[in-house]
Design a protein around this ligand. Sequence first.
Ligand code: ADP
Ligand code: MG
Length: 260
Amino acid sequence: MLTMDGGEGDGIEGPFRRGDFIHRRTQPWTAGVHALLVALRTHGFANAPLSAGYDGMWEKVSFLPGLTGDLAECEAMRSETALRSAASLLRLYHDCTALFLPEMAARQEWQLSPRVPVEVICHGDFAPYNVVLNAGVVTGIIDFETAHPGPRGWDLAYALYRWAPLSTGIAAESLGGLDEQIRRARIFLDAYGFEAKRRPALPDMIIERLNALVGFMESEAARGVEKYGSDLRDGHDRIYRNDIGYISENRRAITAGLTE
Ligand SMILES: Nc1ncnc2c1ncn2[C@@H]1O[C@H](COP(=O)(O)OP(=O)(O)O)[C@@H](O)[C@H]1O
Ligand SMILES: [Mg+2]
């Protein structure tokens, strides 16, 4: 959670804002994230935070003004305008990363494992809670902590899971049923411009992505990372496991809705 204008010091784990900057603890993957933010700017992508540097303790990026929040709490984030503009911005972001792919994909310090075929630098968590809205339009992408090289579909799969949302557990008023979720998923893919012939692979890719997420939580907990230990004790993996079942049961309807 963001602590507005919080103070630096021991005990602060999450990111906090101070003036025009967001500060967060430096991590083993911070160098990769900042290299990515710098390359995005250099190549003309202006919708991500600016790197303001990092040291052994803290990293700093620019604060992007706008509305933030997940689908459940932020009504404007549920609009079709938000959905379409999110997908268009993800496309722009992916296309920009393709311009500097070889040098970025050669880096080793990502939090999540790279995945082949490497087509872009995936954001890794392209969800409503990691963008900013202005006048109802998604204008910025934040939180590049889980960025890693991979295929476009891998990032899109998780984006669909969060934005449609193709889930029984992510409750949001008026976004309840499967039909509506599939309709929104299709709007997202159309706005992104994802080829029809690549769409049938997406349901299984969402399942794989959620399995990878549960596996990641378990291995982080096993090596003593307290955040993931407590997430698992609180049953945070349950929603993902349920949604894996939900997507596999409805695989046929989802595939048909995304392609026909
Ligand atoms: N660069 C930024 N510009 C604007 N708001 C930000 C920025 N970075 C973080 N925030 C705010 O802080 C919240 C948490 O930051 P985030 O980077 O998403 O970390 P985490 O998801 O790990 O808590 C975001 O949901 C957003 O409200
Ligand atoms: Mg976040």
